[in-house]
Write a protein that binds this ligand. Structure first.
Ligand code: NDP
Length: 325
């Protein structure tokens, strides 16, 4: 079967589109025929070797996929079941979705929810499922549309695009932050009521700024998150999931101790099953599938390696889905 394989070479790594055998697949109680995989920020880091995402070599990258069960020794799944996989170290420690078949633990799989097909679920992918985890974190904190506008950073990227569409579908006013003015029309099409230049959030942050937003979803970290926190209304909440601008957080405690702001961390990789099922049920219910299609680009399997670096340059809009068979 065809697969993309990352291997160690000298001080660095090599990446190739090659053939592997079923017998080489790692242990797992469910064998899945992969229908679609996707390209996420983390996959781009793995394929380019920009960050140490891959923990074991050789590695088949691909942190998510959708497909059909071929064989199962797991009580929860039988041949023919349509499934989704996100995270659990797949594509980092365990061979992932950039191959025609994947063998994984059935405990990691989520059944395809009613209302989505395998391509749509892949188009949502880890980025979209993370966007929903962020939205649900805001809702758990009690945020409602009546409280005011919600700001989303990296809005033209994968997490940001889905977050913008989801919040708009739920009736929130969305302020979409982007570094690409050319994407303003796209973001309004997804439901953003206002588009903000990223430059407004990249300078040195003050401990407290003018209160602008009831809540926020941040994919950037660093000064973007610090500035966002300083401008959240009294009692508001920010869900932080990413580091597109950096790992650091040059902020002060002022928003927390003087405005009662909450910073909610979101992790999709080890997220417990109950929250995954709730996120996927919410996506099937709330996401406008027409908007999902607008934010989705299909990429041939053969072009994945060449496209990965473009991804890290911030040149990709929305979601990239890769048909595998
Ligand atoms: P994308 O590359 O699709 O989107 C990231 C977006 O961030 C870009 O499109 C760009 O949007 C913006 N951006 C890029 N560089 C900068 C910068 N220097 N400063 C501010 N904004 C920037 O990636 P994904 O949406 O797939 O992932 C976004 C982030 O979320 C990544 O850091 C990823 O690792 C993280 N993530 C975390 C998960 C978790 O479990 N916690 C799961 C999934 C993703 P624009 O051009 O509109 O400004």
């Amino acid at each position: 079967m065809k697969a993309i394989v990352i291997d160690k070479s000298g001080d660095g790594q090599s990446v190739s589109l090659t053939q592997i055998a079923d017998a080489q697949l790692p242990e797992g109680d469910v064998l899945v025929e992969v229908a679609y995989t996707t390209l996420n920020y983390k996959d781009a880091l793995a394929i380019t070797g920009t960050a140490p995402v891959v923990r074991r070599f050789p590695m088949v990258p691909g942190i998510d996929f959708t497909g059909t069960v071929v064989q199962s020794g797991h009580a929860g799944f039988k041949p023919g079941d349509r499934v989704i996989l996100n995270g659990w170290g797949v594509g980092e420690k365990h061979w992932g979705g950039l191959a025609e078949r994947a063998q994984v633990s059935g405990d990691w799989l989520v059944p395809l929810p009613e209302g989505l097909d395998l391509r749509q679920a892949a188009a949502i992918g880890t980025a979209g499922y993370t966007a929903m985890l962020c939205v649900q974190a805001l809702e758990r904190h009690g945020l409602t549309p009546a409280q005011g506008e919600v700001v989303v950073s990296g809005a033209a990227g994968g997490v940001g695009s889905v977050a913008t569409a989801l919040l708009a579908a739920k009736g929130f006013e969305v302020a979409a932050v982007t570094g690409r003015a050319s994407e303003a029309g796209y973001l309004r099409g997804l439901g953003a009521s206002r588009v903000i230049d990223r430059a407004e959030l990249t300078g040195k942050s003050r401990p407290l700024g003018q209160e602008r937003w009831a809540g926020g979803i941040d994919v950037a970290g660093s000064t973007v998150l610090a500035n966002m926190l300083s401008m959240i209304n009294y009692g508001g909440v920010v869900a932080a999931c990413g580091l597109a601008a950096g790992m650091d957080l040059p902020a002060s405690v002022a928003p927390f101790i003087l405005r009662g702001v909450t910073l909610a961390g979101v992790d999709s990789v080890m997220c417990p099953k109950a929250r995954r099922l709730a996120a996927w049920a919410g996506l099937a219910h709330d996401l406008d599938l027409g908007k999902l299609e607008e934010m989705t680009t299909e990429l041939p399997f053969e072009e994945v390696i060449a496209t990965a670096s473009k991804f890290l340059d911030g040149g990709v809009r929305g979601r990239i889905v890769i048909p595998v068979r």
